[in-house]
Write a protein that binds this ligand. Sequence first.
Ligand code: AMP
Length: 286
Amino acid sequence: METLRIAIQSKGRLAEDSLGLIKDCGIQFDTESRVLKERAYNFPLEFLFVRDDDIPGYVHDGIADIGIVGRNEYDEQNLPLKVVKDLGFAKCRLSVAVPVDFEYQGLASLEGKRIATSYPGILGRVLAEHGVHAKFVNVSGSVEVTPAIGIADCICDLVSTGTTLKANGLREAECVYRTSAVLIARQDMGSEEKQAILQRLMLRINAVQKAQGYKYIMFNLPEKELEKVRRIVPGMKSPTVTHLLEAGWVSVQTVVQEDHFWDVVEQLKHLGAEGILVTAIEKMTE
Ligand code: AMP
């Protein structure tokens, strides 16, 4: 039987969340060994644990069929692959950072400057769109020390909190690109069986991700307020309602979007809801 091979970062910022997502999909594997190649016990999936910057190339060359990688790596390498899904974790931004005394007034301030970056592809495209010409100093690590040692005027690097920049006497001048982890695949996997396994995997990933945006909520409510509740919590189709032994009261069960959750609770309280119980949802499909 055919298996789908997924390339995952062996260690680093993407590794834990990538494996966490696979586990949440109910796919079991030996988490301890994390040897280069490993097979899941209960799903036709094989893991390839590698460096994240190798992942687009491996998928392109057919060494892996799919991979989880930062969108930055995918866009930087610009290989003919497709993004199957934005997974939403490992969010960060690619920003221009300058020494504190650098007078930055937009991308035009970078004209003729030496910019140290590991992302000459992405930054090059952004600068070209703005008609700015700069010289790239290509470095793969410790980009933030390059202005202090005199090999660059400023840098363009991934930032999440900005603490590393500050520690090196730099300030974030402008965000030029945003990234998060994506699931990538070859444009043509060349096998219907592999395509079918990918679809099964996507059903699970979508269910896990959808559930993360929702909560399951149960509460008791005076029956006369039921119509108003339908407007506040429409649920997936409509709320489930059961009668309580106490006359004039019902129990309501439904799902609520996490983003609106506190608004909903406040409105329910206002209608006289009591005993509001909330639980996380593990998986959710249409
Ligand atoms: P690592 O090799 O462990 O540093 O992981 C690098 C990848 O993690 C990058 O390519 C980004 O997609 C992602 N990432 C998320 N937050 C950050 C951050 N603050 N700095 C660098 N990379 C980040």
